[in-house]
Design a protein around this ligand. Sequence first.
Ligand code: GLU
Length: 320
Amino acid sequence: MSNKSGGSVVGRFAPSPTGALHTGSLVAAVGSYLMAKQRGGRWLLRVDDLDANRQVPGMADDIMRALELFGLLWDGEVAYQSRHREEYLHYFELLQQAGMLYTCGCSRKEIARSASAPHQEDDAIPYSGRCRGGINAATAVIRSWRVRVPDEEISFLDLRRGTVCQKLSTVSGDFILRRGDGEFAYQLAVVVDDYLAGVNQVVRGEDLLSSTPRQIYLQRLLSLPRPDYCHLPLVTGSDGAKLSKRDNLLSHQLGTISGREPALLLAVLSFLGLNPPNELTGSSCHTILQWGVSHFSPPLLPVRGGSISTASTEWLKMSV
Ligand code: GLU
């Protein structure tokens, strides 16, 4: 497969089917949709379903039905990470042949979470490099394959946050690309998938900002093009605390959105720094999204996240 972007913008939304859509993921869906469509681009949908242990049956479909209710219609076929293991293996072997990987016998906890997207707090302790010099193949269990990282800063321009610099050696250390059970890690999967789908614009929540330097590093090792990045502010509860995935569920199955879609979309546009006019109240999702497409602008995105407070989200909370 080759990269198919051919010069035009290709954005994407890549939910993990670990739960229903919620207001935080709706922000990522809307932000990535508006930014791709604004440049006449395509907006792809990928289900990040590598982490079998955390998946909830039926959630991928529930997310898709919810997106449809909001008028967020993706282009082309839905992609599923679980169907791309051969592609991941190909790029994994390229890195192996280049001598960039080593086997590791450490840290069950880190390995357990490596297939899914990490969150900021996961980066608290970088890997010490204990197995860099090799593990004793006769006695040790191979728990993962790690990629060697250099002692240098990776920097990139985020369209909202400006220049972001990170030294991988002090944040993640040598990070996991594959687990001992053969499953590939999120960091490798996302880089390969975005490349193969021709994605050249990655718009997602700020909780993934600290993963981006790892992904840029892998793109560099594999000589893959770097997409543009824009990390959106995070939605929090009204008290400023992290939004739990159980709060503000936007589930088709549970019926927690019906009739509220336009109001929620307007709330999301305001959250993204736009000022939708009163005349849009009562309009269809299509009309609201069209207005968003012509007004969205990364410089308007707020520096800080916060809560999305509308009567409709209060209603959602009460009904689930
Ligand atoms: N699947 C990831 C998540 O739901 C997002 C991956 C990405 O946008 O790169 O957290």
